[in-house]
Design a protein around this ligand. Sequence first.
Ligand code: E4P
Length: 217
Amino acid sequence: MKFFADTAEIAEIEDLAATGLLDGVTTNPSLIAKSGRDFMEVTKEICALVEGPVSAEVVALDHATMMKEAEVLRKIADNVCIKVPLTIDGLKTCKALTGDGTMVNVTLCFSANQALLAAKAGATFVSPFVGRHDDNGFDGMDLIRDIRLIYDNYDFDTEILVASVRHVVHVLESARIGADVMTAPPKVIKSLFNHVLTDKGIEGFLKDWAATGQSIL
Ligand code: E4P
């Protein structure tokens, strides 16, 4: 499963990229606003930091303007992935852009039928929002299971990009189900490294090592 960071904070992306475990980045208008940075400028910097896809979202609601915005965004770098909302105009835009060889991430997916439409429109990625699904009393992971089943039934190439990930159990479940990608805030990605027994183990080994009076260097 690929790991994308869901952030527009350069320092956090640099930090994660240094682990070698980062396969891409997703941004959205809210994350850009939170960064306080210029959209084009920060997207360009992110694209230079990671080799994989960097999602940059259009904000227009109609197909013609989405295409114009996508034209501007895709010039930023070769690894820009245009993010469009799961609407009729968004999927028209998806079809046109992917037909042209541009990567497209269809975002704000909340049902398996919507994911089916995104795949039929040739999306590179579909982003079902599991956290927001949970917030509204549904099981976000059930949605991922349904999409996996449907995509496998028809051999769709569209990758399932689990979004709105809030905690490590979302990551674990995504991997169990066989999602292709998950995007999470850096804090969640970093907490994947943690285990109390790892910390305890290190503490014990260091204590015993100190008692030997030896040093490696
Ligand atoms: C995905 O691409 C979105 O940017 C993101 O995962 C939304 O997450 P949120 O529901 O925590 O805002």
